[in-house]
Design a protein around this ligand. Structure first.
Ligand code: MLT
Length: 408
């Protein structure tokens, strides 16, 4: 008799974004005349930057000839991209990362789901609430939790509420925790962690011999020069933190798929007997067993995003989406909504009006304005009473969506 992984049965409902997609499709079928504007999932809409496309075409041409053909990519990524990451993402910020500490992958989503595999099942996991659902679900599936309560909080998990009162930045836990997921700029709230907040967390992790999984997929959207872009800007972070980055929301790679994760050589976790075990070779072992790398064409495209023209084009894309976010903040504010985020992040975190629940407001927006958002409750109990709007759309669509919301 084949047994199922019963941990899957603990998961409350479908994954958030497919569920939103299902509801949106049902609405569209029932109202074929409706012109739906999607500000739900954070999916980019602008074309890939030209220098990236040129590099991809040239790479595809190389593959068309035996002399320049490439088969399996090197397991951690091609040297040209590893070096480009170090030279462009870290060195200019005074952060020393070695190319061999970088692991190129197909997404931060996958890496943030998979990284927990290298840690023991008895670790206590700390999650912010609200949180990107992947961090939570991957730990539930692995068996680190019990069942969820009526609010959807899983037994055994430590939740760090992020509310308007604490500026949506988690306070240090009073309980024991071993692994902490932090995301800044934050998905979904759009909040950023200051240097001081990050210093506190790094100090905490060092003191407790805990590990921080730092998701910085949206770091390019930071506009405030005081906010760190990498956790490694904090002294001592190399010993306690793994960092995840992505090309999805920078160079427009949501469909093309490329990201990277940094695992410093100093980072250790412990055996039951208390011996230190380096995490880097274990993640390497995991990746080489379960992952076969990112296509050459895609890695050449990612590399081109660091060329002078590539950087210019990427900067333009980010400016475009940030201008959308700014406009949305202004318009929603003028309509009387309480809005957070959207300054250092492409997400706005909106208080639902008149005490409506997240899903009630989601339905209202969909039915009456034909605008799709993401209900805050889908990100955790503390997200109830909020709705996330993404700034990833064409400017005309954003303006139309805001006009419709204003007319509600
Ligand atoms: C989001 O909308 O939260 C993101 O696009 C999801 C993701 O990056 O996987």
């Amino acid at each position: 008799m084949a047994l199922i992984n019963e941990n899957y049965l603990k998961l409350k409902a479908g994954y958030l974004f497919p569920e939103i997609g299902r509801r949106t499709r049902a609405f569209a079928q029932a109202h074929p005349e409706a012109k739906i504007i999607r500000l739900g999932i954070g999916d980019v809409v602008k074309a890939l930057p030209k220098p990236v496309v040129r590099a991809m075409k040239a790479a595809a041409e190389e593959l068309a000839h035996d002399e320049t053909f490439r088969g399996y990519p090197p397991e951690q990524g091609y040297d040209f991209l590893l070096q480009a990451v170090v030279d462009n993402e870290y060195r200019p910020r005074g952060v020393e990362i070695l190319p061999e500490e970088v692991f190129i992958s197909d997404s931060s989503k996958c890496d943030s789901a998979n990284i927990q595999e290298v840690f023991g099942l008895d670790n206590v996991i700390a999650l912010t609430d609200p949180v990107y659902p992947v961090y939570c679900d991957s730990n539930v599936i692995a068996g680190r939790t019990g069942l969820p309560d009526e609010q959807g909080r899983y037994a055994g998990m430590v939740y760090l509420p992020c509310t308007a009162e604490n500026g949506f930045v988690p306070d240090l836990p009073r309980e024991h925790v071993d692994i902490i997921y932090l995301c800044s700029p934050n998905n979904p709230t759009g909040a950023v962690m200051t240097r001081q907040a990050l210093e506190q967390w790094v100090e905490f992790a060092r003191r407790k011999r805990a590990i921080i999984l730092f998701d910085a997929a949206y770091e390019s959207y930071i506009t405030d020069p005081e906010i760190p872009h990498s956790i490694y800007e904090i002294p001592g972070a190399r010993e306690v933190a793994i960092e995840l980055r992505s090309y999805s929301k920078t160079a427009g790679f949501t469909g093309t798929r490329c990201a990277f994760t940094v695992v410093p050589k100093e980072l250790v976790a412990y055996t039951r007997s208390g011996d230190a075990a380096s995490v880097h070779p274990i993640w390497y072992r995991r990746q080489t067993t379960k992952f076969n790398g990112v296509a050459y064409v895609v890695q050449r495209g990612a590399e081109a995003s660091y060329s002078p023209q590539g950087k210019k084009a990427v900067g333009k894309l980010i400016k475009y989406y940030l201008a959308n976010a700014k406009y949305m903040r202004q318009q929603l504010g003028a309509c009387g909504y309480t809005v957070y985020g959207g300054v250092n992040a492409p997400y706005l975190w909106l208080r639902t009006p008149e005490g409506k629940t997240s899903w009630e407001f989601f339905d209202l927006l969909l039915n009456q304005a034909n605008v799709v958002g993401t209900p805050g409750a889908g990100f955790g109990a503390a997200g109830e009473g909020y709705l996330r709007l993404s700034a990833f759309n064409h400017r005309e669509a954003i303006e139309e969506a805001m006009a419709r919301i204003a007319r509600l």
